[in-house]
Design a protein around this ligand. Structure first.
Ligand SMILES: [Cu+2]
Length: 642
C-alpha cells in the first residue's frame, strides 16, 4: 500500500485490531492490567514494592481519617483498638499489591483524514483518541510527556485527586507553566481510593479537542466491582471535531471577543460515523458483541462545548458509576453526559442478533443559539447478524431539559462502596455563587464582536477569572510570590437580583464583569457547601462545573432561584451522587458539598471550553494542615518554568 498515509495505516491497523479484539479479549482476563503495567511491574518489582506499599498506606489515610485513628488509639480501650488497627495494618501490608504504570506521551503533529479531508492535528503517540491508561486502584502512574508539538502544552488527569502530587494536576497557569515546544515534564500520581472511568486531556488553549484519552482504573487484586462481572468492556469516547486547528478557532474568537464557530462533527472514538458522510477515509467505530452477555461500556464526554444525549437502538442499560464513583444501579435508555463527565453502563446483548447504532447528539440548554445538529454514530454488531443496515435510536429533542434533569437528578451513590465516605453533616464555609454569561469591556481602539459591541464574558459571582501570565497560582502560593492573585473571591454575588428572570438577560447594569485573578482560601479540612445559581444574563444555560482535586457530593438540584427556606429540605445527605463535574441546571441551581482536605490550589471552572477563557472559573486555595501528609510538597525538579 504505497500511497497509504499514516492515518490510513493507523486505520487499517485499528480495523485489524478490532477484528482481533475478541480473540485478544478472550486471552486477557478482564481484570488484568495493561501490557504497559505488566512490563513496568517486572521492571519495578525488584526494587520498589515495599516502598510503594508504604507510600500507599500513607496516602490511603486522609488526615481526617488519621485524626479518627488517633482518637481511637487514645480511647480508654486503647490497647485493644491499637491492636486491632495494627492487625488491619499488617493485613493490608500482606494483601496490598500496587504497581507502577509508567509510560511516555509524545505529543506532536499528525495529519489525519476526517470528513473527507486532511487536517493537521496535535495527537499523543500518533493516535486520536490518545492512548488509554489502564491501572488498578492503588497503582502509581508515571507519564513522561514530551511536547513535540508547535504549541504550549499541559496534561490534566481529570478526576484524579492528586493527594501529595499537587504539581501533577496540569491546568496551565493554575498548577503549572506550560511545557514549551521541545520540552518535557513527568507527571506522577497515585490512584488510591478511585475505581472506574476517568480521562486525561490537554489543559492549554483548545488543544484538548485532539489531545485526550481514557483512564481506566480497575479494582485492586482481591476486590471486585459491586455488580455482575462483565463479559467484556469497552470505552466510548465522545469528541468534537473542527475542520480547522482548534487553537485557531479559539484565537480568532478571542481576538474580537465573539463566540467561536461551531464544530463540524461529533465523534465516537475519534470517528464521526457513517450517518455524516461517506468517503473512503471515513470510518465508523464498531463493537462486535456476542448475544446474551453483559458488557461494561465506559462513556466519556471529551467534547469541548457540547453536552450529549446518548442512546443505543432497542437497548436499555444500567448506570453503575459516574466520574469514577459507584452509583446505585439506575435503569435508563438514555445517558446525558456533559463535557468532563464519565458514565459507566452495563449493556446486556438481549436483542435479536443484528446491527444497532449507538448514537449521540447535543443537549442544548440555551435558547436561540446556533449549534451543529449532527449525530455521531458507532455500530454494535451482534455475532452472525444478517442485516446490513444498522437500526438508529431515536434521540431526545435537542432542548429536552426534562430528560436531562431526570437523568442527572436521579443518580444516587452506592454507600456500600469501599470508597464511600459519609457526607459531612456540618458546614464551615457557605458559598452562594452565580454562574453565567456576561460582557466585559471592549478595549479602546478595538472592534468587538460580542453583544452591544463588547466582549463576551462569563463569570462566577460576577468576576471573570483571568489566569496569571508568568507564574502558576500553585507556584505563587508555594514561593510566596505576591501580586499574582488575591484571596478576596466573595462568598456571595455583589448584587442580589432575580437571577433567572429572562427580562434581565440584556440588562447592561447587571452584565458587565470585572476581569480579576481572585481566589477563595479555605482552612485545611474545612467543609465547604456551594450553591451554584445559574443566571439568565445573556441567556440561561447548563454549565458543567468541574472541581479539580476533589469529588463533591451533589445534595440537590432544581430550577428557578434557589430558596434556602424551602430547598434545604430537598438535600440528600444520605446517598448523594459523588462527582467531579456537575451540570448546573439551565435556569436553575445545584448544591454541592466537599471536604477541603487536599492542600494546594485547585481550579473550579465550567468545562465548556468556550466559557473558560471568558472567565467562568476561580480557584480554591487550601491551606496546609500542619502534618507532613497535609503539607504541599516542593515542586519536582523538572517542573516547567515560565
Ligand atoms: Cu459554561
Amino acid at each position: 500500500m504505497p500511497d497509504m498515509d499514516i492515518e490510513g495505516q493507523l486505520g487499517s491497523r485499528r480495523a485489524k485490531r478490532s477484528s482481533e479484539k475478541d480473540k485478544m479479549d478472550a486471552l486477557v482476563d478482564a481484570w488484568s492490567q495493561s501490557m504497559i503495567a505488566r512490563k513496568e511491574k517486572d521492571l519495578a518489582k525488584a526494587e520498589r514494592p515495599q516502598l510503594i506499599v508504604l507510600y500507599q498506606l500513607c496516602l490511603s489515610f486522609s488526615p481526617s481519617e488519621t485524626n479518627s485513628f488517633m482518637s481511637i488509639a487514645m480511647a480508654p480501650s486503647s490497647l485493644f483498638a491499637v491492636g486491632l488497627v495494627l492487625a488491619l495494618f499488617s493485613l493490608s501490608l500482606s494483601t496490598t499489591s500496587a504497581d507502577i504504570v509508567e509510560t511516555s506521551f509524545h505529543a506532536k503533529n499528525l495529519t489525519v483524514n476526517r470528513l473527507c479531508q486532511k487536517q493537521v492535528i496535535v495527537a499523543v503517540n500518533g493516535s486520536l483518541p490518545g492512548p488509554t491508561l489502564r491501572a488498578k486502584e492503588g497503582d502509581t502512574i508515571i507519564v513522561h510527556v514530551f511536547n513535540e508539538s508547535p504549541y504550549n502544552l499541559t496534561i490534566h488527569w481529570h478526576g484524579i485527586f492528586q493527594r501529595s502530587t499537587q504539581w501533577s494536576d496540569g491546568p496551565e497557569y493554575v498548577t503549572q507553566c506550560p511545557i514549551r515546544p521541545g520540552g518535557n515534564y513527568t507527571y506522577r500520581f497515585n490512584l488510591t481510593g478511585q475505581v472506574g472511568t476517568l480521562w486525561w486531556h490537554a489543559h492549554s488553549q483548545w488543544l484538548r479537542a485532539t489531545v485526550y484519552g481514557a483512564i481506566i482504573i480497575r479494582p485492586r487484586e482481591g476486590q471486585k466491582y459491586p455488580f455482575v462481572k462483565p463479559y467484556r468492556e469497552d470505552t466510548i469516547l465522545l469528541g468534537e471535531w473542527w475542520n480547522a486547528d482548534p487553537n485557531d478557532v479559539e484565537k480568532s474568537a478571542l481576538a474580537t471577543g465573539t463566540t467561536p464557530v461551531d464544530s463540524d462533527a461529533y465523534t465516537i472514538n475519534g470517528w464521526p460515523g457513517d450517518t455524516i458522510n461517506s468517503c473512503a477515509s471515513n470510518k465508523t467505530y464498531r463493537l462486535d458483541v456476542v448475544p446474551g452477555q453483559t458488557y461494561l461500556l465506559r462513556i466519556i464526554n471529551a467534547a469541548l462545548n457540547i453536552q450529549f444525549f446518548f442512546k443505543i437502538a432497542n437497548h436499555n442499560f444500567t448506570v453503575v458509576a459516574v466520574d469514577a464513583a459507584y452509583t446505585n444501579p439506575f435503569q435508563t435508555d438514555v445517558v446525558v453526559v456533559g463535557p468532563g463527565q464519565t458514565t459507566d453502563i452495563l449493556l446486556t446483548t438481549n436483542q435479536s442478533p443484528g446491527l444497532y447504532y449507538m448514537a449521540a447528539h447535543p443537549y442544548i440548554s440555551a435558547i436561540g443559539v446556533s449549534f451543529n445538529d449532527n449525530s455521531t454514530t458507532a455500530i454494535i454488531a451482534y455475532q452472525n447478524a444478517t442485516q446490513t443496515t444498522p437500526i438508529l435510536p431515536v434521540l431526545p429533542p435537542f432542548n429536552d431539559t426534562p430528560t436531562a434533569f431526570t437523568f442527572s437528578s436521579n443518580l444516587t451513590a452506592l454507600v456500600t462502596s469501599p470508597f464511600w465516605s459519609p457526607v459531612p453533616q456540618t458546614v464551615d464555609e457557605n458559598m452562594f455563587i452565580t454562574v453565567g454569561l456576561g460582557l466585559s469591556a471592549c478595549g479602546s481602539n478595538q472592534t468587538c464582536g460580542g453583544i452591544f459591541n463588547q466582549r463576551m464574558s462569563a463569570s462566577m459571582n460576577n468576576r471573570s477569572f483571568v489566569l496569571p501570565p508568568r507564574v502558576s497560582l500553585l507556584e505563587a502560593l508555594y514561593r510566596n510570590i505576591s501580586g499574582v492573585y488575591t484571596t478576596d473571591f466573595p462568598d456571595n454575588p455583589p448584587l442580589v437580583f432575580d437571577y433567572v428572570n429572562v427580562n434581565n438577560s440584556f440588562n447592561q447594569s447587571l452584565m458587565m464583569t470585572p476581569r480579576l485573578t481572585s481566589v477563595k482560601k479555605f482552612k485545611f479540612n474545612s467543609t465547604v457547601q456551594i450553591v451554584f445559581q445559574n443566571t439568565a444574563l445573556v441567556g440561561i444555560e447548563n454549565h458543567p462545573m468541574h472541581l479539580h482535586g476533589f469529588n463533591f457530593y451533589v445534595l440537590a438540584q432544581g430550577f428557578g432561584n434557589y430558596d434556602p427556606a424551602n430547598d434545604t429540605a430537598k438535600f440528600n445527605l444520605v446517598n448523594p451522587q459523588e462527582r467531579n463535574t456537575l451540570g448546573v441546571p439551565s435556569g436553575g441551581w445545584a448544591v454541592i458539598r466537599f471536604r477541603a482536605n487536599n492542600p494546594g490550589v485547585w481550579f473550579i471552572h465550567c468545562h465548556l471550553e468556550v466559557h473558560l477563557p471568558w472567565g467562568l472559573g476561580t480557584a480554591f486555595l487550601v491551606e496546609n494542615g500542619g502534618t507532613p501528609e497535609s503539607t504541599l510538597p516542593p515542586p519536582p525538579a523538572d517542573f516547567p518554568q515560565c
